[in-house]
Design a protein around this ligand. Sequence first.
Ligand code: UD1
Ligand code: BG6
Length: 391
Amino acid sequence: KKGDYDHYMKKEINEQPDSVMDTMRGRINFQEHKVRLGGLVKEMERLKTARRMIFIACGTSYHSAVGTQALFEELTELPCTVEIASNFLDRRAPIFPSDVCVFISQSGETKDTLNALNFCKAKGALCVGIVNTVGSSISIATHCGVHVNAGPEIGVASTKAYTSQFITLVMMALVISEDNPKKAARRREIIDALHELPDQVRRVLALDIDIKTMSAQYYPKERNSVIIGRGHQFATCLEGALKIKEITYMATDGVQAGELKHGPMALIEPALGIILVMTDNSLFPEAESAFEQVRARGGQPIILCNEGDKRIPAACTPIGWLESLLPPGTTLGQKQRNDWMGARALRIPKTVDALEGILTVIPLQLMAYHIAVNQGKDPDNPRNLAKSVTV
Ligand code: UD1
Ligand code: BG6
């Protein structure tokens, strides 16, 4: 079943050009810029007249909601909140019949998510499932929903299900906002970008060799790490950190770049593993500021950025870029240059801001995989974890 691969995780990461395509198949008409989700048709009226939307999930599935929350807010112009199922249940948060509650789950069997679903159903809310496993408890118990169609996922660390959940949520936001003429241009831009996505995923996967080398070079032994980003990229930071911690057992945090000064900055030092997401979007200046702050404290980040972004000098030379930040007339000493260790930029294709999270997460999936394998850990069977948490 693993075919040519040593592990299911690697196989599933590499399946993403196809799984991403399968999620969109038959649902998006790229010529006419129309999206149709058969599973939502019967409840479309309630979806379009909701007062607010609440996304509820656990683990990686929760991160897919974090990654699409901003787009939901932008397109639906509704309050949209994202909840960890157990915490939501602990609070017994107020829920009303005018709410739409969306339950996201790969397995469709996660106990906390299922309990939250039963809670919201009893309060009269419209309950929608975003589920990979057809015939699962959540798929059946929800009023309506969308199967993400990523195909069976065996690896405990979720990879292709995440990117498919992300795309399914994007399609759902597009459908709910289809009648709003103010959003037409933005919807069109996103649908065009979705069309490009499978090929771009393929190009990101081609970075595998570079990522493998970087993993060996920068994570030779157990070290703690942080993944820093903001805006549409924060979900990638959380999800990348989860991937690294769950299969390598290294303490890793996803850090909101805007929160750096409020604590995480204390961790920054040369021995800390740092990945900084600096993609080409409206928040680039803020990401650049995070880069400078991290470098000023001796941090040596790997940078995840876009192909051809001239602000990060060509020839993959963050070192030249670094020098460009120094006062005029000064250059780095040899030791500082060596400390920097040359090229650290991973360049990925550019897409629209709201979809970047699909492309930025893949290098981190690969990074987690290679670190685990380098360190002799089995990525398919992480200690103490189960694929599906039903008790
Ligand atoms: C469905 C078929 C698909 C077929 C297509 C053709 C299934 C599972 N899917 O896909 O094989 O190619 O029609 O038009 O038979 N649902 C929930 N909760 C969930 C997920 C789904 O209630 O969490 C419900 C939906 O509301 C829908 C049904 O399950 O009634 C199938 O959902 P989905 O597979 O997403 O629908 P289609 O994409 O239309
Ligand atoms: C488990 C899995 O913890 O459950 C994770 O190991 C997963 O990979 C989480 O994200 C939630 O599972 P599901 O099936 O509800 O998406």
